[in-house]
Design a protein around this ligand. Structure first.
Ligand code: TYM
Length: 334
């Protein structure tokens, strides 16, 4: 708890093009619940370098992402929106927590296994300790709640384990965070391979809807979405393509899967796909328009970046100092 309100932390990697999965699984929920909390939304650029990045591209994408947070509806006067690399406490706490995390725990992380398989030529130590940095992000602000998609649950469980372990030794230092998973959209699948998560790094662009896709592209991708030969809009595991489209439709319209089944009862997949595409366009279009307005406003964005980095640095220092004292680092002479 910071300044009387419960605290929320979340972040996204500044890597690749943001997908509809990132939006429906995370960003949309951030906007919905942000008013209730003191919030920190970080562009986690330090996480991004676990995979090789082109420096100019990383800088550009980080700024795009920060702008998108605002375009999605997060008021930067009320929400602390900042670059992870601007706040030194993330790296400092991460080192300390890595001494309280076991190799066995890290080697069980499925994201590590997946990324190690994908980047076999660069299985660096950062890729392995990535979840510790994520734990540091969250614990640094004493976050009570962390809104994420289902794919981040394993990392969040580890964060809780680290916090419990540390608290058991040193007393109540960290708030143990809870995940917040939205009702719809917590795991959006690829439109081409509906058993695989929709991902920024998918090589097939038709599998993902990118937040900056124009309406024609969105509709075209939905028309091509892989379905089945059942010819009925039913929400069930045996029809993963249709189930995914229903999830997307529900997350965009606020309807339930049952309402959706009734709405499209007796209608063909063509009609249904068109309706899903249109629902997605009506969510993305206002976001894209706001993004265009904002991205031209350099001074405004620079001001936000500076002010929020200072705020995050100041607030995170409170936790860091407490941790350093607990573990026995000598106090600084001021
Ligand atoms: P990242 O950048 O891969 O994804 C950002 C957020 O989007 C969610 N997400 C999805 N949700 C539903 N369906 C999908 N297909 C989908 N793909 C992605 C993710 O669950 C996530 O919420 N390690 C994190 C970033 C991070 C972080 C943190 C998050 C670093 N530190 C601290 C929360 C708290 C990551 O790589 O997310």
């Amino acid at each position: 708890m910071l300044d009387g309100k419960k605290t929320l932390f979340s972040g996204m990697q500044a890597t690749g093009n943001l997908t509809l999965g990132n939006y429906l699984g995370a960003l949309k929920n951030w906007v919905t619940i942000s008013d209730e909390y003191q919030t920190f939304f970080s562009v986690v650029d330090m996480h991004s370098i676990t995979v090789r990045q082109d420096p100019a591209e990383l800088r550009k994408r980080a700024r795009m992402l920060l702008t998108l947070y605002i375009a999605a509806g997060l008021d930067p006067e009320k929400n602390c929106i900042y670059y992870q690399s601007h706040v030194s406490g993330h790296a400092e706490l991460s080192w300390i927590l890595s001494c309280f995390t076991y190799m066995g725990e890290l080697s069980r992380m499925t994201q590590f296994k997946d990324k190690a398989a994908k980047h076999a030529d660069n299985i660096n130590a950062g890729l392995f300790t990535y979840p510790v940095l994520m734990a540091a992000d969250i614990l640094l602000y004493q976050a009570d709640v962390v809104p994420v998609g289902i794919d981040q649950m394993q990392h969040l469980e580890l964060t809780r384990d680290i916090a419990f372990r540390f608290n058991n030794i040193y007393g109540d230092v960290f708030t143990v965070p809870e995940a917040y998973i939205g009702k719809a959209g917590a795991k959006i699948m690829s439109l081409q391979e509906p058993k695989k998560k929709m991902s920024k790094s998918d090589e097939n662009p038709n599998g993902s809807i990118y937040l900056m896709d124009d309406p024609d592209t969105v509709i075209r991708k939905f028309k091509r979405a892989v379905t089945d030969s059942e010819a009925s809009v039913r929400y069930r595991d045996e029809q993963p393509g249709i189930k995914n489209l229903i999830d997307i439709y529900c997350a965009c319209t606020g309807k339930t899967p049952q309402e959706t089944e009734r709405e499209f009862d007796g209608k063909g997949y063509g009609d249904f796909k068109m309706a899903v595409g249109e629902a997605v366009v009506s969510v993305l279009k206002p976001l894209q328009d706001r993004y265009k307005d904002l991205s031209g406003n350099k001074d405004y964005l620079d001001g936000i970046i500076k002010a929020n980095a200072e705020k995050a640095q100041y607030l995170s220092n409170k936790t860091l100092r407490k941790v350093q004292k607990k573990i026995g680092f000598p106090e600084k002479i001021r």
